[in-house]
Write a protein that binds this ligand. Sequence first.
Ligand SMILES: C[S@@+](CC[C@H](N)C(=O)[O-])C[C@H]1O[C@@H](n2cnc3c(N)ncnc32)[C@H](O)[C@@H]1O
Length: 357
Amino acid sequence: MKTTTHRYVVGDSFKSWSMDDETVDLVVTSPPYPMIEMWDDIWSPESTTITRLIEKNQGKEAYEQMHQILDQAWTEAFRVLKPGGYVCINIGDATRSLDGRFQIYPNHSRIIQACQKIGFDFLPSIIWRKPTNAPNKYMGSGMLPAGAYVTLEHEHILIMRKGEKRAFAKAEKENRSESALFWEERNSWYSDLWTGILGTQQKLNISSLRKRSAAYPIELPYRLMMMYSVAGDVVVDPFGGIGTTSLAAMVTGRNSISVDVDEKLVDSSIKVPTKRDSKDKLNMLITNRLKDHMTYVNTKDMLFFRYRNQPLGIPVKTMQEKHLSLYPIKSLSRSEEVVTAKYRKLKTTEVKDCLKS
Ligand SMILES: C[S@@+](CC[C@H](N)C(=O)[O-])C[C@H]1O[C@@H](n2cnc3c(N)ncnc32)[C@H](O)[C@@H]1O
């Protein structure tokens, strides 16, 4: 039976990481965003430099100092990644007025520059469009030119690789084929613009923690894992928050390590997978995959699908999808700081019931 493990660690990812060199296949993360006020205190708890710079309205200098701290995480990501491994970074730019002077701090471009210097190859990346209806989305002088600013309704998902494309040994080919995407998933996910994934407004119900978790929606790490790793790989999130990346790893059959500096957040996130309804909620993402595919099949002429997927007995467009397999979670158990997920392979005979569920 397939098994994955998910480790939850309290740690400071601005310092050296606990993982050995070249032991990780994928890093998926969303760090604290420099120049976003809610994160001002976390950059240098022991030093007052950044606080002082902000107080003196020296925004560009504070922004650079924050990134120098964050750069250490990208250096560690490069070290722990195997050759051919990817780092996927969800980051938003920050708008801020200091001393009445409004500007945008382009976090995404500063991270690209740092990662290129470290040695990563920057690859075609994704704009995550997250529209908002908030009344304050229009910034500046309203209807009067020329002091209004365009809305900021997107974030970036930066994709970078350590070295050349990953090579798969013969023995890994079956697993890679089972990890394939459906044709229509490929068409929609490998696009530079992701729409329709709403941001999360997760409130934390733990009074001693900050008010908002700043979590991203599970669809983000879920897609990124399906696109940039295969089942059984090791995925690390150095800024794990409430553990969304690990939940996505459970669904996709990857192993994970989730690190966060906030002990209480780590304590509460490790309890989530073994909550009563968690397994069913996670499995819904797997069955929805099947449902969405069959909905797509029904929109097309049958001649469009030239192949039959063997494990599930359903029509597929390409030969690469022939062995694509779905592994619902059978059980989730916890022992101290590790969650173990066990899986079973979905069979042709179960597809009908699955589509009805
Ligand atoms: C944008 S949030 C990530 C949220 C996460 N993607 C999720 O879905 O819950 C950034 C996280 O980084 C954590 N963090 C801040 N400084 C850190 C550090 N030095 N080392 C590790 N984690 C840190 C914060 O506690 C916060 O949970």
